[in-house]
Structure formats: C-alpha cells, structure tokens
Design a protein around this ligand. Sequence first.
Ligand code: NDP
Length: 258
Amino acid sequence: EQRWSLKGMTALVTGGTRGIGYAIVEELTAFGAIVHTCSRNETELNERIQEWKSKGLKVSGSACDLKIRAERQKLMETVCSEFDGKLNILVNNAGTTIPKEATEFTMEDFSTIMTTNFESAYHLSQLAYPLLKASGNGNIIFISSVTGVIAVPLCSIYASTKGAMNQLTKNLACEWGKDNIRVNAVAPWIIRTSLIDSIEKDPRVLEHASRLIARTPIPRPGEPNEVSSVVAFLCLPAASYITGQVICIDGGYSVTGF
Ligand code: NDP
C-alpha cells in the first residue's frame, strides 16, 4: 500500500552520523527511501556508511561543514546529480548549542549557533526547492525543539533559532503548497544523544535537565527513534494533507500546568 511507504523516494538528511539524524536515516530507509546524509567528521561518516551498507541499506554521504555557504551549494549539487534532479525529502536536522546565560554569549557563539541551526536550514531549503518541486511530491522537515516554543534556561540563542524555524515552517508551507511541497517541523524535548551528553558536562545543564525531566508528564528523556518515527510519518503519503505544523515530541512537557 503506497500510502504507508516511502519506496523509491529520495531524501537528504543533514547530520545523520549520530543521535536524532542517525535514527532518521535508519527510519526513512526502513520505509524504502534512498538517503544521502552529511556531517563534518569524515571518518565517522565513512564508518556509518559502511555499517549501513553491510545492513543492506541504501545510504550515501558527503563530508561537509554546513556553516559554509559554498559547502551547502556543493552538497546540493551532489544530491542533484545522485538523484537525477529530484528530491522527495529534505530533513534539516544538523544543529548545535552552547549552554550559557544571555550575558555570557560571545559574537562567535551567536554566529556559530545561528549559522549552523538557522541559516543553513534556510539556505538548504532554498537550494532544495527546484529539486523538491521536480519530484512532484516534496517534503521538508525541520528538526526544531520545545525550547523554540517555551523558555528553558541557558539556551537563548539556540531557542531563537528554533523559534525562527517554527515560523519558517509556516511561511514555506504557504509559499510552496502549490508546488506539492509540504513543510512541517518536529519539536523534541530532551532526547538521549551525543549533544545532550556533551552539554551535560556543564553541571548547570545537568541540574536543570534532571529537574525538567522530573516535571515531564512522561518522566524520562526521549529516544532518537521516538523522533524519527514522527518524521517518517510526516513524509508518508498518508500524511498528505498535513502542512505548516510544528509537532511537539515531548512526553507532554509543553502542555503541563502541574
Ligand atoms: P548530535 O550532536 O548528537 O548530532 C548532530 C549531527 O549533526 C551529527 O551528525 C553532526 O556531525 C552533525 N553536524 C553538526 N554540526 C554540523 C555542521 N556544521 N555541518 C554538518 N554536520 C553537522 O545532535 P542531536 O541528534 O541531539 O540533534 C539533532 C537535531 O535535533 C539538532 O537540530 C538539535 O537542535 C535537535 N534537537 C535535539 C534535542 C536533544 O535533546 N538531543 C532536543 C530538541 C532538538 P559532525 O559533528 O561530525 O558534523
């Protein structure tokens, strides 16, 4: 049944070597998609590609730094030639944060977080537009965050990039609906990944995270595959009338008043 399959569809998932991006690569291929991914660490990327190859999954990859405009252009050229000018799915997943108070952030921090999370996702969406349109059935998924919906400590710049992403989801959905391109975002809460492990080295983050998890209706962190399942669903033909939405995957945190 085609409604519940991504068979033959092509996808670009940024940051697929670890965490949420890794789970998305596996989930989309499990539904039958052919995936291209990217990351900065070429050794890790090649290890992952070999691993997927040995499992019989169709995944290719490019080493690139998405902070650099020319590297984003080169990435999309590679995707364009690999997939014959047609792309069904763009998942803007790569992202980063630096845990600090607003008074502590430097200009470099601002630029790193803004460029990695927002500028690159905006630009990749622009670059992907002709390919998504040519496919006749295009999807963009932004990996946003609950921190772009409600305020959480130590992430004012990160949160701003995610808030911007949530609004961009709505604007692009309205501009590109006529081209058969749907645009949605998922907003995860605290998910067990290498990003969380690295920022929890800051004791302030660890303290806040345990307090916030204790207040979550489902009182545990989420797993990457609890995000990837929703991403896959949004890309399926079964979700063909859903566009412009930001879906929280948060164990209920964003709705609790308890
Ligand atoms: P990880 O740090 O575990 O993985 C990030 C991935 O992105 C890696 O593959 C990394 O590879 C790649 N990446 C990072 N920067 C760049 C860059 N400049 N160019 C190319 N690739 C890059 O992060 P998560 O899986 O936790 O996060 C994925 C997304 O989910 C992010 O957008 C994050 O904001 C969002 N999110 C995460 C939550 C969480 O609790 N974990 C909660 C809510 C949202 P490499 O370092 O080699 O480049």
